[in-house]
Design a protein around this ligand. Structure first.
Ligand code: IVH
Length: 703
């Protein structure tokens, strides 16, 4: 994960690229974690990304991006909920992974406050609950609103749902609460309740939850509060946000106050006079962890004195006065029974370790990921080996090492198949333009691979490709399941295939009726004549997306000529046809390579023959040479108001412009809408012509 070039060895250019990559990766990981409740990175890998990002920013402060992940704590607000702006942002915590990290934390606090070695610094320790945080606003002691963390600044309004939780009082008990206060804590589910919930989900034929945290998140974000009410959601209060006035002098007093007001607080919360006390508490919690009855993933330490907390303040996304000491990932040893290959939606082949089931940290593990063939080689893992596995957080367990690599009589090294186990097509490791080999092997079957076919069929009919009205994801899935549409050509044979299968006509199907059935069949018929660019994009060939497809369409104009060239390039590597393809400005070797591979696959050849009997590909539009933008490289950024981004791109391309996603010295025009950020700045720095959307429309109108 963190295997890039060492931060101190990065050139400025590499650092800039690395920051861009990290921003994207962290954003994706955040979205998977916070929005989809389906994390794809281990906590350690995620933290490593954030750490690397911070380290690069520290070394190259001027390269810090306007959308730097170090300025954000979580992901965006999920659609469909009202939004609530937090009075005080909901922050995250920095992590400590070792005893030294904890000592460093205490030293930093001391240094920052200018305290002498002998001055006692009391720090509290409490479990880090593995749930999701919730902020509850009380006014005059009455619950007003409840919000999830969201992006830290704005969260989702879950007031009606939160009100159904037994641990969330409608009115504060006792006395001494500020007139207005945001109480913060963690929503979670007990292990026993989680097991019962999943058993009930399973009995009802519904999908089970992966872990208590996902179940808690799902429960709190129900559209219907009545359903939330049936979920066994609990709440521990441990912090606060905005306040109309102070209510305590120390963290310990504050937590006591929360308990007096009617909240559940954690029994294991305790103040310690020194780091040794914290580390003892940490080890004690590891011991108790399995018996607590709820999931925890570390210990949180907080400086006890609130005046010190106020002085220490925050650095970007986390307070200086607190830190989370993470538990080590849990490990176990078991037998590798087999290595299976899984084919993902995009065709990537992932080796999966099938293990003799074993309990790791309370969860039965029978599969682990082996990532890719390089990883298998690195581990030298073979069927029959005893392997050490690790489970960290919610993510898929990993194989760490072979316990006895020198054992006699081991089986032969595993060989990654070079054909796709699902469809028999060749599976290749791509070489990028810089000659670097992809670590993943991918199936080249595309539309003929059952593992990929449904997603690809959806793409074929999607708005950016054939754009068939009334034929969306739902219909594709339905026709696929009934065996009616398994390849794109089948779409044009739908009526006949329904009859051949002995099924009732579409008009009699549930959800169709005369009108919509005839509309759908009519819409399909209409698209028998498809524009070159859309058709090529619809084939879903790797590296041949919309922009590349449009470029081919404008260059070749005639589909037949284009396809003949591709076939010739396939048959005569490095011949004149291949050169004709690669010499097109804006076409990379990866696209040409992918086209050749696609055209080499016999099943794809059959598909193309069949499709050509059903369809006519319309000529592409040659670039209008008189257009003032023809041959120019245009970049769109910010929000466009008069047209969608897709529409703007399509229009620019049809006028002979090349649309690019990033600003460089080769950019001719930047069209900047509201909210334009770093691209605009870069364009200005480079002296690129910048225009508003209105100016752009003016320029191209009448063309
Ligand atoms: S204190 C300003 N205490 O951990 C920091 N957080 O990684 C306030 N969490 O967003 C957080 N248990 O969702 C705090 N005892 C605890 C916690 C805890 C779990 C979560 C919380 C926070 C995340 C930070």
């Amino acid at each position: 994960m963190n295997d890039g070039i060492k931060v101190e060895d990065l050139t400025e250019d590499q650092a800039r690229k690395e920051l861009a990559r990290l921003a994207t990766e962290i954003k994706l990981a955040d979205a998977a974690y916070y929005v989809e409740d389906d994390p794809h990175l281990t906590d350690a890998d995620y933290d490593a990304l954030r750490k690397r990002n911070l380290a690069i920013e520290a070394a190259f402060p001027h390269l810090k991006r306007s959308d730097s992940p170090s300025d954000s704590v979580g992901s965006v607000v999920k659609d469909g909920y009202g939004k609530i702006e937090h009075g005080v942002p909901m922050l995250s915590l920095d992590n400590a992974f070792s005893d030294e990290d904890v000592e460093d934390f205490a030293d930093r606090v001391r240094r920052f406050l200018g305290l002498s070695e002998t001055e006692p610094v009391i720090i509290t320790a409490e479990p880090k609950i593995d749930g999701l945080s919730l902020s509850l606003t009380y006014e005059n002691g009455v619950l007003q609103k409840a919000a999830t963390r969201g992006d830290g600044r704005v969260g989702e309004d879950v007031t009606a749902n939160a009100q159904t939780l037994e641990d969330v009082p409608d009115r504060l008990a006792g006395t001494g609460w500020p007139k207005k206060i945001e109480i913060r804590g963690e929503v979670y589910i007990n292990s026993a309740d989680f097991a019962a919930l999943n058993a009930a989900e399973e009995a009802a034929g519904r999908k089970t939850y992966m872990n208590p945290r996902n179940a808690a998140a799902g429960g709190l974000r129900q559209k219907d509060p009545a359903i939330t009410a049936q979920r066994p959601l609990r709440f521990f209060a441990y912090a606060w946000g905005g306040l109309s006035g102070p209510f305590a002098e120390t963290q310990s007093e504050a937590v006591q106050a929360l308990a007096n007001w009617g909240f559940e607080t954690n029994d294991l919360f305790k103040a310690h006079p020194d780091v040794a006390g914290l580390l003892t508490a940490y080890r004690d919690m590891i011991e108790r962890r399995a018996g607590l009855g709820y999931d925890i993933d570390g210990v949180v330490y907080k400086v006890d004195r609130l005046d010190w907390q106020a002085r220490l303040g925050f650095v970007s996304r986390a307070p200086r006065w607190a830190i989370a000491h993470k538990f080590p990932a849990e490990k176990a040893i078991t037998t590798l029974e087999a290595i299976d290959i899984q084919v993902g939606r995009t065709g990537s082949l992932t080796p999966v370790a099938r293990l003799t089931p074993i309990t790791v940290g309370g969860v039965v593990v029978s599969n682990a990921t082996l990532h890719n063939e390089e990883e298998i080689e690195r581990l030298d893992v073979r069927v029959g080996d005893q392997v050490e596995i690790q489970r960290a957080g919610d993510v898929i367990p990993q194989v760490l090492r072979v316990v006895d690599p020198d054992r006699a009589g081991r089986s032969a090294p595993f060989e990654m198949p070079h054909v796709c186990p699902e469809c028999g097509s060749e599976a290749v490791r791509e070489i990028d333009d810089k000659g670097k080999e992809d670590v993943r092997r991918r199936c080249t079957g595309g539309l003929i691979c059952p593992a990929q076919v449904v997603e690809r069929l959806k793409h074929f009919v999607s708005r950016k490709a054939l754009d068939i009205d009334g034929l969306g994801a739902k219909q594709i899935e339905l026709f696929y399941e009934r065996g009616l549409v398994q390849a794109p050509q089948h779409i044009f044979q739908l009526e006949q295939r329904i009859a051949d299968a002995g099924l009732e006509p579409l008009a009699t199907w549930e959800g169709f009726g005369e009108v919509s059935a005839s509309k759908l069949l009519g819409a399909i018929d209409d698209k028998r004549n498809a524009p070159f660019g859309r058709f090529l994009n619809g084939l879903g060939i790797r590296h041949v997306g919309q922009t590349t497809s449009d470029l081919f369409s404008r260059t070749f104009v005639k589909w037949d000529e284009f396809w003949r060239t591709v076939e010739a390039a396939r048959d005569t590597p490095d011949g004149p046809e291949e050169q004709a393809l690669t010499s097109i400005d804006g076409i990379g070797g990866a696209a040409v390579g992918a086209l050749k591979t696609f055209a080499s696959e016999p099943q794809n050849q059959d598909m193309m023959t069949d499709l050509m009997q059903e369809m006519t590909i319309l000529d592409g539009e040659a670039p209008a040479s008189e257009s003032p933008v023809s041959g120019k490289t245009v970049v769109f950024t910010g929000t466009l108001e008069a047209m969608t981004r897709d529409e703007a791109k399509a229009r620019a391309t049809s006028l002979g412009a090349k649309v690019s996603g990033s600003v460089s010295g080769r950019t001719d025009i930047l069209v900047a809408g509201p909210g334009a950020g770093s691209k605009l700045k870069k364009a200005q720095d480079l002296g690129v012509t910048v225009m508003t959307e209105a100016e752009w429309i003016d320029l191209i109108s009448g063309l």
